[in-house]
Design a protein around this ligand. Structure first.
Ligand code: UDP
Ligand code: MG
Length: 322
């Protein structure tokens, strides 16, 4: 693997990671150096408000293999990853978290599977999630199960963004024009020969996870709404089923009035039926809203991110936004 005819790009989204940069670099560089002579570590500063950008500039001055792209504000990790893919120059690209939760020791194995066994995508699979709560683990599992049931490109469970992608895969990803970028779904959508590599996921090196409940919930919604129209279409069937039941009930009521005479019971049953269907209707309208809101975003076609600054080599090869 020592021939230098290929390049490796590591892309690292960072948001206020002042305290993690040094240790990340210290751990990753030796692994990369042992793996290939030609590589770059490309940081995407996702609108940090601490000294992250200043530190990236220093790192870039010290070592030209460390590059950065800096956003004008926080655009989210998915946008940062897209920017990373757009600016990366390597023949293979590996997105990594800066908090060392993606163990760099896996990189040689990723590269080996790509170079020697021709996999276009080699993804890390978390063998355990020790720091995640039981709730987070079960909801994640439930989400994957639901997602895979209602979409055509199943995503492997417990795989994150940590993976190696060949240039072919990166080019396909860059062609996808959508604004709602649920990356896990997009990776799977590309197809190609893929393989999972199990690993133990360590705890965050420093700081706190930036993904709270609401962020994860919206993330899940993006995934489901972005990759399936079933939540939209299911209402025709629900409606048909309810109409059928209502019709049968109506026949029963007519029969009972004809046979047993008039009788007006049931404030409680009337109220519960009205409230239940009121709720169902609002729910279905809400789901319509989820799709329409996304249509609205897609139609506006705004760029995914705005680059305010980039290290020299990163700045002049790509337009500032795709
Ligand atoms: N991140 C980012 N933009 C955001 C949120 C996070 O670039 O809006 C980066 C963050 O700096 C880190 C990576 O994404 O490098 C993963 O974040 P975190 O460790 O908080 O997520 P978790 O490991 O809990 O999924
Ligand atoms: Mg993390």
């Amino acid at each position: 693997m020592s021939n230098a005819s290929w390049r490796l790009s590591i892309i690292v989204p960072v948001l206020n990671e002042r305290d993690s940069l040094q240790s990340f670099i210290a751990q990753v560089l030796p692994v990369l150096e042992s793996c290939t002579p030609a590589f770059e570590v490309l940081f995407i500063d996702d609108g940090s408000t601490d000294e992250t950008l200043a530190q990236l500039k220093v790192l870039n001055q010290q070592d030209a293999r460390i590059r950065f792209v800096s956003f004008s504000r926080n655009f989210g990790k998915e946008a940062a990853l897209t920017a990373g893919l757009a600016h990366a120059q390597g023949d293979a690209v590996i997105p990594m978290d800066v908090d060392l939760q993606d163990p760099p020791e896996l990189i040689p194995e990723f590269v080996r599977l790509w170079r020697e066994e021709n996999y276009d995508m080699v993804y890390g699979v978390r063998a355990s999630r020790p720091e995640d709560s039981a709730v987070k683990r079960t909801t994640a599992k439930g989400f994957y199960r639901l997602f895979n049931r209602i979409t055509h490109s199943p995503i492997p469970g417990n795989a994150g963004d940590y993976r190696l992608m060949s240039r072919r895969v990166v080019n396909v990803l860059l062609q996808l024009p959508e604004r709602n970028r649920f990356m896990k779904g997009l990776y799977a959508w590309t197809g190609f020969k893929s393989k999972g590599v199990p690993y133990q996921r360590p705890s965050r090196h420093s700081g706190e996870s930036k993904f709270g409940f609401w962020k994860l919930w919206n993330f899940a919604l993006d995934g489901l709404v972005g990759f399936s129209s079933i939540p939209l279409r299911v209402w025709s069937y629900v409606g048909a089923g309810v109409a059928l039941i209502a019709f049968v009930y109506m026949l029963i009521l007519i029969a009972s009035v004809l046979l047993g005479g008039r009788d007006v019971p049931g404030y409680a049953s009337l109220m519960s039926v009205v409230l239940f269907f009121g709720g169902m209707q609002l729910l279905s309208i809400g789901i319509l809203g989820e799709y329409i809101a996304r249509l609205f975003i897609e139609v506006k076609g705004r760029p995914l991110y705005v680059v305010q600054e980039a290290s020299r080599s990163a700045a002049n090869e790509q337009p500032s936004a795709i």
